[in-house]
Design a protein around this ligand. Structure first.
Ligand SMILES: *[C@@H]1O[C@H](CO)[C@@H](O)[C@H](O)[C@H]1NC(C)=O
Ligand SMILES: *[C@@H]1O[C@H](CO)[C@@H](O)[C@H](O)[C@H]1NC(C)=O
Ligand SMILES: *[C@@H]1O[C@H](CO)[C@@H](O)[C@H](O)[C@H]1NC(C)=O
Ligand SMILES: *[C@@H]1O[C@H](CO)[C@@H](O)[C@H](O)[C@H]1NC(C)=O
Ligand SMILES: *[C@@H]1O[C@H](CO)[C@@H](O)[C@H](O)[C@H]1NC(C)=O
Ligand SMILES: *[C@@H]1O[C@H](CO)[C@@H](O)[C@H](O)[C@H]1NC(C)=O
Ligand SMILES: *[C@@H]1O[C@H](CO)[C@@H](O)[C@H](O)[C@H]1NC(C)=O
Ligand SMILES: *[C@@H]1O[C@H](CO)[C@@H](O)[C@H](O)[C@H]1NC(C)=O
Ligand SMILES: *[C@@H]1O[C@H](CO)[C@@H](O)[C@H](O)[C@H]1NC(C)=O
Ligand SMILES: *[C@@H]1O[C@H](CO)[C@@H](O)[C@H](O)[C@H]1NC(C)=O
Ligand SMILES: *[C@@H]1O[C@H](CO)[C@@H](O)[C@H](O)[C@H]1NC(C)=O
Length: 865
């Protein structure tokens, strides 16, 4: 569900539950007049609402009981408003110290979080909050409040100032807040040290200081008998050793110390934190280096122990100790362990998830008598080590569902994999595995298989029956798979290709093998032949990537629209011919046909793909008018049309419509113009002048208009493209002088103006002293460094101002202007392809992670009950 829908649901739900009639009946006392007035004024004077009927304050109407209004709670004996909750209400408006809000003297709870208020004079003595003498709970998270932490309210028990752009120090007046039980200051910019008194606030139950800018050594000592249950210091800059007194926090259940600068050995007293459930030490930028005592592993309630990203190199001996029976997740990744796996781990029999990735392990993967050691292990992460691969079949994990061995220096399929009968996800990517993919790998439990970036050449036969598989994601990109995709269809498999020693790479009848699959990539192999139509029966695919092979023939017409969930279709870098499919799935977000021999028009049906973000049709033979209509695709961010045969048609009426339409959309346009980072329209048939408007595309890094028929001058407005690193205008018919203003472009490291009709002196100074003569060759009229031709004085003296004027007068840029405006979101080339195929961060990993989490939750619930 989208967040918007979720919120809408919440609003509708609450407006139903707390409809005025129902709550009025249960409240004997009506709101006081002065409270009604204050609330109406607050609504009236300071707010401007978006046209949303779901706003709580929409129910605030004169002549009704304010105690029945949404977001309001009254004291049922006095009729005073005691609680005001306008969180997530899409409110915009000003609040100053005269705001009627501060007339609600009886307020005990005020929740303005997640709105867009503008608070004036927040730091002045007069500012309103201290007037709210009864206030206990104040939540201004993400409300627009900024400035300093308001500390004057001595009755506060809950103070939430999360994501408030607060700045300045927390002074010692924080000790006034001796009733405070919850303090949330996360995501601010408090550039100070924490005053020692913080740890003395004995009523504090929750402290969240994550990403709040606090630094220094964490304050001295944690008091005994502290009530603290949660302490979150993530992403602060605290450094030094963690105080031994942390062991005094006997009620602590959650401890987050990740991304700090703590160092030294972990205090043994952590072993006293018997209530701890989550010890999160996901410490990149911590430098803990030792654990000298195993008491940490005996904590009776500890479930997750995250020790990744530190400098740990050893664990204590396995010794005589009874490990925690609740510990289910241990993360030791990105540390400095080496040699063999620490023996001590083999005692942790309750582990369900073990992550040893990115260390320097270089011994065998011997994990003790694995069967017995980790009977519950569900997920094992061994990637990025240099394991010594043994041929031992002894390793067996009866319940293992996920095994990650990316980049483990394996050259063949580890034989113990055969023992893993329940495996659902296997990642063997980025090893040096060569030869055939063994047929025993296709176990019926397998859902995700990543064999990408190896040296695999083919597929062992016989294959299991397609109906026994439930493959969801198969990634074999960047291997050496040979053979032809026509093998994919059963009928053609009987053709005799044996002379060529081709091997059938993908299971026969790919459609049925991939009938449950959502991801399939064979990109970057040596596949030849046609794309069989049978692939169109893989109706659940979201990603189909056949790019960078040597596939030829035409694209099956069904391929644009075979799956109702298709997000990514990449056929780039093949030898495909003919026209593009004429219909496309409306769900499509990435379509890449780059680098084929495709002809014909850009299919008009793409205009229905409203979610299209990446369209790359570059390096084909497409002959069409420039597809302005693509400018109506609201999400398009990357458009590559380079090296085709696009032209601007003689009929302009359509473009005028586009131009007029764009006029009303200033802000959109502005936003869009800032998205461009790269424009590549090279190798087409564009004519006319380069529009001055191009200088508006201020975020451009790369501009390539080479190999067209452009004429007229180079616009001096290019000087506004301060980010520009690469400018290629070569092989056109540009004339006039090179604008001297281009010297301002200090990031420019590549320029090619060759093969034009430019004249006059080459600009000098800054970057222009570094470009080679080749940048300018083929312009007989140019002179000055680095060319051998010296310039005559008069030409150099032309003042820039005059040149600009001349340009303003020039006409004929009409079509270009429209082109750029109409394109809005497009014209961007060479960026990331908008999707990541690899498991590391792709959605495969995500969906599996979710699944693992569910498994884990389920099993820990079972344990508890
Ligand atoms: C709200 O504002 C309108 C116009 O500014 C004014 O006429 C009306 O009296 C105000 N109502 C209250 C309750 O302040
Ligand atoms: C009034 O509030 C008190 C506590 O605030 C509560 O105990 C009582 O039941 C309420 N009375 C009614 C009629 O809601
Ligand atoms: C608040 O009201 C007082 C008196 O009406 C006025 O002098 C002052 O300027 C107001 N302050 C703000 C911030 O509007
Ligand atoms: C509102 O009216 C009540 C009862 O008349 C009174 O006790 C209270 O002080 C008034 N509040 C304000 C802010 O004027
Ligand atoms: C304020 O409202 C938000 C959203 O409804 C809620 O999550 C938060 O806990 C509230 N704050 C306090 C202090 O109750
Ligand atoms: C945080 O505050 C410091 C000084 O108080 C300031 O230099 C810095 O720019 C601020 N950072 C952000 C992200 O606002
Ligand atoms: C806390 O830990 C320390 C060091 O491990 C130990 O000496 C002490 O006895 C422990 N205290 C309690 C109350 O367990
Ligand atoms: C990686 O594998 C190669 C070949 O199997 C082997 O020579 C090399 O020693 C291995 N590297 C490590 C660090 O084990
Ligand atoms: C592991 O378990 C399997 C069957 O459950 C058994 O055949 C094998 O011998 C066991 N391995 C060890 C090392 O105990
Ligand atoms: C496609 O490639 C195969 C193998 O390279 C070749 O035999 C065949 O003639 C090609 N077909 C076309 C239409 O180019
Ligand atoms: C567009 O921007 C111009 C100049 O910034 C401004 O004069 C014009 O009113 C704006 N049009 C709209 C519809 O916002």
């Amino acid at each position: 569900m989208k967040l918007f829908h979720f919120l809408l649901f919440i609003f509708l739900f609450f407006s139903f539950v707390f409809s005025p009639s129902s709550s009025q009946a249960s409240l004997p006392h009506q709101c006081l007049d002065n409270q009604t007035l204050a609330l109406l004024r607050f609504k009236n004077e300071s707010f401007s609402f978006p046209s949303s009927s779901s706003s709580k304050s929409e129910s605030w109407k004169p002549d009704t009981d304010c105690c029945s209004w949404e977001g309001i709670k009254c004291d049922n004996t006095t009729g005073h408003v005691i609680s005001l909750d306008l969180s997530w209400d899409q409110l915009v408006g000003d609040i100053d110290s005269n705001s009627s809000l501060f007339k609600l003297h009886s307020l005990m709870r005020l929740n303005l979080s997640h709105n867009s208020f503008h608070f004036f004079n927040f730091n002045s003595e007069l500012f309103g909050f201290p007037q709210l003498v009864n206030l206990k709970h104040l939540d201004l998270a993400n409300s627009g409040f900024s400035g300093q932490v308001p500390l004057q309210m001595s009755r506060l028990t809950k103070l939430v100032l999360w994501d408030c752009s607060l700045s300045g120090p927390i002074d010692s007046s924080i000790s006034n807040l001796h009733l405070l039980s919850e303090l949330v200051l996360s995501n601010n910019n408090l550039s100070s040290e924490v005053p020692d008194v913080l740890t003395n606030l004995s009523s504090l139950v929750l402290i969240q200081l994550s990403s709040c800018g606090l630094h220094g050594e964490f304050p001295g000592e944690f008091p005994q008998q502290s009530a603290l249950r949660e302490l979150s210091l993530s992403c602060t800059k605290f450094h030094g050793k963690l105080p031994e007194s942390i062991g005094n926090l006997e009620f602590l259940t959650n401890l987050y110390l990740d991304n700090c600068n703590f160092s030294g050995t972990l205090p043994n007293s952590i072993g006293n934190l018997t209530a701890l459930q989550y010890l999160l030490l996901d410490l990149h930028n911590n430098s803990f280096d030792g654990i000298t005592d195993y008491s940490l592993f005996t904590l009776p309630s500890l479930e997750d122990l995250m020790l990744g990203k530190n400098r740990f190199h050893s664990l204590p001996d396995e010794g005589p100790f009874t490990p925690s029976s609740s510990l289910s997740w241990l993360d030791l990744s990105e540390n400095e362990f080496q040699g063999l796996i620490p023996r001590m781990l083999t005692v942790l029999t309750s582990l369900e998830i073990l992550n040893l990735s990115s260390n320097k392990f270089n011994g065998s993967m011997d994990l003790g008598i694995a069967n017995l050691t980790f009977p519950q292990l569900v997920s094992l992460h061994l990637s990025h080590n240099h394991w010594l691969m043994t041929d031992s079949d002894d390793l067996a994990f009866p319940n293992l569902k996920m095994l990650k061995m990316r980049s483990c220096n394996a050259t063949k399929f580890p034989s113990f994999l055969r023992n893993l009968h329940n495996l659902e996800a296997l990642d063997l990517s980025s090893n040096g595995i060569n030869g055939q993919i063994p047929n025993w790998i296709w176990s019926s439990s397998l859902i995700g298989l990543n064999l990408s970036q190896n040296l695999l050449t083919g597929l062992d036969r016989p294959l299991p029956d397609a109906s026994s598989l439930q493959m969801g994601a198969l990634d074999v990109h960047s291997n050496k798979l040979q053979g032809s995709l026509p093998f994919l269809s059963q009928q053609i498999e009987f053709l005799d290709y044996s002379d060529n020693n081709f091997r059938s790479v993908i299971p026969a009848d790919i459609g049925s093998y991939l009938s449950k699959a959502f991801f399939f990539s064979v990109s970057g192999n040596d596949l030849i032949g046609k794309i069989p139509t049978s692939i169109c029966s893989a109706r659940n695919l979201q990603v189909l990537d056949l790019s960078d092979n040597q596939l030829n023939g035409t694209i099956p017409t069904c391929l644009g629209n075979f799956s109702s969930e298709l997000l990514v279709l990449n056929l780039g870098g093949n030898n495909l011919q003919g026209t593009m499919p004429s219909s496309f799935a409306e769900t499509l977000s990435t379509l890449v046909f780059n680098g084929n021999g495709l002809e014909g028009n850009v299919p008009r049906s793409l205009s229905t793909c409203k979610g299209l973000e990446v369209l790359d049709l570059g390096d084909n033979q497409i002959h069409d008018t420039f597809p302005f209509w693509l400018g109506n695709l609201p999400q398009l961010q990357v458009l590559v049309l380079r090296s085709n045969k696009f032209y601007v048609s003689a009929s302009y009426s359509y473009y005028i419509t586009v131009k007029q339409k764009m006029k009303g959309e200033n802000t959109t346009l502005e936003r869009i113009l800032n998205i461009f980072t790269s424009i590549n329209l090279s190798n087409n048939e564009f004519e006319g002048k380069i529009p001055k408007l191009i200088g508006e595309l201020k975020s451009l890094h790369v501009l390539d208009l080479s190999h067209n028929n452009l004429d007229g001058p180079i616009p001096s407005s290019l000087e506004n493209l301060l980010q520009l690193e690469s400018l290629d205008l070569s092989h056109n018919k540009l004339s006039g002088e090179i604008p001297q203003q281009l010297v301002r472009l200090t990031f420019l490291s590549f320029i090619n103006l060759s093969a034009n009709e430019l004249q006059g002196s080459i600009p000098s100074g800054a970057q222009f002293n570094t470009f080679p003569a080749g940048s300018y060759e083929g312009n007989p009229g140019l002179c000055g460094f680095p060319l051998p031709t010296k310039c005559e004085v008069s030409k150099e003296a032309l003042p820039p101002i005059q040149q600009q004027k001349l340009e303003l007068d020039s006409t004929g840029e009409f079509d270009w202007t429209v082109l750029l405006m109409g394109y809005g979101s497009g014209l961007v080339a060479g960026l990331s392809m908008g999707y990541i195929l690899f498991w590391g961060n792709g959605f495969i990993a995500e969906s599996i992670a979710t699944k693992m989490q569910q498994l884990r939750l389920r099993s820990s619930q079972q344990r508890r009950s």
